[in-house]
Design a protein around this ligand. Structure first.
Ligand SMILES: Nc1ncnc2c1ncn2[C@@H]1O[C@H](COP(=O)(O)OP(=O)(O)OP(=O)(O)O)[C@@H](O)[C@H]1O
Length: 279
């Protein structure tokens, strides 16, 4: 198996199943913004696919356009050049087939944990009779059974992340976009939630596109890691993470291949980190 591929030769499809329609295809996607009236190129030329059921992470320096790429995939922003396809269809409006867990803590403070998790079911008008059971199942899955009737202000940061995760998953999205979901958590809690995410991902067969600053996190979780350079964010490489699954998130760090992959990714990223971005 090839360990590393350049991104401008359709390599993603070669790596993970040529012939199948990718869940997400980025076709030379660029994004220009205006700051103080002057245009600047935030995202250079994103060109890769995300395959059904794949766990793909994006790493790169701060400001290289990672969140922008997720926003474009969710249909919240239009690219300035190129196009994004979801299951072969161009994304032209808000893409309700994807769940999006943004960096922001968007829990509604006046609603309990259960009521927060219920929001997507209400928006989708799912039958009232089914809601209770689905919420029970979800609070159990994310380990919050005892806290269903608590308000967000009564929860720790990690618990709030779990509620946000539950609220995204109850939607049963085929594809999940996650923007540094565990960024601000302490190291131990991060491991716990990473393990839970891997379990939920394996159970549901969801496709995940995951943005992180944390190389160890990217290697632990992913099938492939896309490395993006500093502004304008351009794909440097796609690295296949050939570490067997299932992975125990703590133990995997002692695997020799884990260390090699982390070093290889750092070797690609470090110049960009020194130059422009910050981790
Ligand atoms: N709506 C917008 N209008 C103008 N500039 C924007 C907008 N959204 C993002 N930018 C700029 O585009 C660049 C890329 O932003 P983006 O949030 O995608 O980066 P990022 O890689 O996710 O950063 P971080 O890792 O710090 O979250 C930044 O310089 C940011 O200030």
């Amino acid at each position: 198996m090839r360990q590393e591929t350049t991104v401008h030769d359709g390599a993603a499809a070669e790596e993970t199943g040529a012939g199948t329609t990718p869940d997400i295809s980025f076709n030379h996607v660029g994004k220009r913004f205006f700051k103080k009236g002057k245009p600047f190129q935030a995202l250079g030329d994103a060109h890769f696919d995300v395959q059904p059921g794949e766990f793909l992470s994006i790493v790169g320096p701060s400001g290289c356009g990672k969140s922008t790429l997720l926003n474009i995939t969710a249909g919240l922003m239009k690219p300035s050049s190129g196009d994004v396809r979801y299951k072969g269809e161009p994304v032209t409006e808000v893409n309700t087939d994807v769940g999006y867990m943004t960096q922001a803590d968007t829990l509604l403070p006046w609603r309990t944990v259960r009521q927060n998790i219920a929001v997507p079911l209400e928006i989708r008008h799912s039958p009232r009779a089914e809601r209770g059971d689905r919420i029970d199942e979800m609070v159990e899955k994310v380990g919050l059974k005892e806290f269903g009737n608590h308000y967000p202000a009564e929860l720790s940061g990690g618990m709030r992340k779990r509620v946000l995760l539950a609220r995204t998953l109850i939607y049963q999205p085929e594809t999940l976009l996650m923007d540094e979901p565990f960024g601000a958590l302490d190291a131990q809690l991060k491991l716990v939630l990473q393990q839970e995410l891997l379990r939920l991902w394996a159970e549901a067969g969801t496709t995940i596109m995951f943005v992180t600053h944390d190389l160890a996190e990217a290697v632990t979780l992913s099938d492939r890691v896309v490395v993006v350079s500093s502004r304008p964010g351009t794909m440097r490489t796609i690295k296949t993470i050939d570490i067997p699954r299932p992975r125990a998130v703590f133990d995997v760090r002692f695997n020799d291949r884990f260390r090699e992959l982390q070093q290889e990714l750092w070797a690609i990223l470090q110049d960009d980190m020194m130059e422009g971005g910050e981790m």
